[in-house]
Design a protein around this ligand. Sequence first.
Ligand code: M6R
Length: 619
Amino acid sequence: MCGIVGYVGHRSAQDVVVEGLRRLEYRGYDSAGVALVAAGPDGAGRVEWRKRAGKLANLEKLIGEEPLPEVTIGIGHTRWATHGAPNDVNAHPHLGNRRRVAVVHNGIIENFDDLRARLEDDDHQLSSETDTEVAAHLLELQVGSGVDLTTAMQRVCQVLEGAFTLVAVDAEDPDRVVAARRNSPLVVGVGEGENFLGSDVAAFIEHTREALELGQDQVVTITRDGVAVTDFHGAPVTPKAYHVDWDLSAAEKDGHDWFMRKEIFEQPHAVADSLLGRRTRTGALQLDEMRLSDQELRDIDKIIIIAAGTSFYAGMVAKYAIEHWTRIPVEVELSSEFRYRDPILDYSTLVVAISQSGETADTLQAIRHARTQRSKVLAICNTNGSTIPRESDAVIYTHAGPEIGVASTKGFVTQLVACYLLALYLAQVKGTRYGDEIADVLHQLEAIPAHIETVLSRAEAVYELARAHVDEPTVLFLGRHAGYPVALEGALKLKELAYIHAEGFAGGELKHGPIALIDTGQPVLCVVPPRGRDQLHGKMLSAIQEVRARGARTICLAEEGDTAVAAIADTLIELPRVPVLLQPLLAVVPLQLFACELATVKGHDVDQPRNLAKSVTVE
Ligand code: M6R
């Protein structure tokens, strides 16, 4: 939530900051603003700022009408509103009484009410409803007392409670940008004669791929020639450097109308990349980043998967795979609920946290709770350098590349791949499956990219279907077994992108209530399991018959050659034949295409759906 940029160097700060905000806009788009430090007519510095409610385009229009000075130091912000309505006044940056310090902020300052009351008693005029404005006033008080902005930031952070990334400039110190982080993301980009700050590396990837990871409760000062990091008490800290292994092209739309559509079409690559290098020369499965010993893994007698949104649905699929291949019992829980129910955890429980962004606050807090209970935490994450893998005992990185569309697509399929790898690895270590069985599944996984290509080659038929449903008030989704989470994910995609009421149900559950929703013409998307020795396929067919008998129009996703489904489906979307556990990797793709196209036809902003943000860094 909220995107933050800071820059000091030799380029136009306005250009660098606005471009950075464009790349971070997926994090929030309720308002945008910039602040630059310029020399005043008398040689004294001054802060110049522009801010505007709505998307970045509104800010750019304002800057067009009221140009900013050409300077080389500045900060910027794109907001996902928490405290205060998304209007011009609440937009960041916020300034102190004397307009000397400007601040942008991501997170929530929990004790802002108290601080605000004290400031107002001392004649500070606070004009917004935000929690952020208190930080601007407090910083200004500190620099007014004669300390530099770095010391001011250290002191102010000691009185703030909650989660925050703060980035500030001081009119009287036009050579430094100072930032702080606690429980909220911030990375440093290291250039030549210039340095950058960003909520994530997308903010500066155009200029440098050398980055520094910041830890909890740290303050960073960037100047043209250097970066200095301390803790909140001023003790120096050496940050961890890393090289970003993707380039600008990964953050461009590449001829697609939306990032989301581009990311859907990147899935074959993303899956292949997430499988790369996972086998030893003898064919055994290896997970480099595992960091848990075989003995620790053998000691595990329960797994709890925690995640939110789409990642939660990946976790639901993982439960089927892990339990089937390892016989270890698995619970799947929404991370926002987890720690509040006092879960039963100990050293033999493995907590698996799934997060594309690696910054989701609900999941992070759940991880912290699990670790206080002595459980080991393994993260499945797509974002190098993010907080969740850093705070976990082990990590399996997915290699999807940056996911910019707010709706997760390639994030989901690569999470599934990582979950399958984890399940197989546990089976290998615990000896619950023979080596050739594991090799067989790996082989089937390696064929998935080609199968996804096949599904994507039929996109036009799905688009047509979407266009035919543009006025539908409700769409229902049915699935069974590993297809049930896919049904839930299909419904989530439709809700978040097309703003259509959509619900997913387990096929067998229909008759316990939801079937009352079925009326003549009601569209129902059915994820049909492949034919097999179990009875799943037949049971799903019965569910389809039940809704058809009540007038539903059925759109069935089924494996090629499934004549039984072909005979009863109003519309059939064929999928290549794969085992039931792997079918989610294919079945989700038409559902992503369906939601993307339907939202496009409705004229929605597919990459930035209303009220949402990519990275949910508040609880
Ligand atoms: O970054 P995370 O995977 O932790 O994010 C979890 C959810 O916020 C995310 O999946 C969300 O539900 C997406 N909008 C789904 O498309």
